[in-house]
Design a protein around this ligand. Structure first.
Ligand code: MN
Length: 249
């Protein structure tokens, strides 16, 4: 079978929240989106917070999301690259996505040439190096020893704690003013600074939950793919043009 040429970018689906029913509905919508782009797709980039909570044990993964995971695995089997970036809500992955589903996983931002353009791809959290509190919290959460301790909790208790932490973090995130500080928001400032010393054509990220397409630096663009909780945006690179789009059924 032939593979398409387009690259697709999506983030912040936050599956699992706010209710099982609404999450399932959203998951099915994502499947319809994937079906609509599949024949044109060379690669799909999942730019973080696909799951509102994910903690992977050595032999066990969280229940649910089998439609989406199965469909993505099938796409990977056909030769479409599925790139999975950890967000701040689903950072506790191990090797399940790679080994079982055939994804290409990324724990940190990547810089990648696609066709003749340079892309900076990341979830978008932690880019503000002055935010010491966040950097500390992330360090605590990702420390292998803490992760090991957490994995010793019974999954019933661990999942309850984890889901609550996720909920609190999302609430704080929505309250924080960087959601609408526009040009002062950390990701925009990061892109602005980074583009001074690096040759990047497109910065594509999530995390902010607000779909954005703006110029940064002298010739770069910052695209934020928004979220799928109440909206449904994605970005498409077709070899010559990068567009922020809305999934219309
Ligand atoms: Mn996030």
């Amino acid at each position: 079978m032939t593979i398409g040429n387009n690259h697709y970018f999506i983030a912040d689906i936050h599956l699992g929240t706010p209710t099982r029913e609404s999450s399932l509905e959203r998951e099915k919508k994502i499947l319809r989106w994937l079906q609509s782009i599949e024949s044109n797709a060379k690669a799909v980039y999942l730019l973080g917070d696909i799951f509102d909570y994910w903690f992977e044990y050595r032999y066990v993964v969280p229940k649910g999301y089998v439609r989406l995971l199965g469909y993505l695995a099938q796409m990977a089997d056909k030769g479409i690259e599925i790139h999975f970036f950890n967000g701040n809500h689903d950072l506790w992955t191990k090797d399940y996505f790679e080994k079982e589903l055939g994804f290409i996983t990324h724990t940190t931002p990547i810089i990648k040439q696609i066709d003749n353009k340079i892309f900076y791809l990341a979830h978008g959290d932690g880019l503000d190096r002055a935010d010491k509190k966040y950097i500390f919290v992330k360090h605590v959460f990702t420390s292998p020893f803490n992760r090991f301790l957490y994995s010793l909790l019974h999954p019933y208790l661990a999942t309850m704690i984890g889901k609550n932490l996720s909920k609190t973090s999302r609430k704080q995130h929505c309250k924080s003013d960087y959601m609408d500080r526009k040009e002062k928001e950390p990701i925009y400032m990061f892109c602005q600074n980074y583009s001074k010393t690096h040759n990047i054509d497109f910065f594509i990220m999530g995390h902010r939950h607000i779909a954005t397409d703006m110029f940064v630096g002298s010739h770069s663009r910052y695209i934020n793919v928004g979220q799928w909780i109440t909206e449904n945006h994605y970005a498409e690179w077709n070899g010559t043009e990068l567009q922020l789009k809305t999934f219309e059924e």
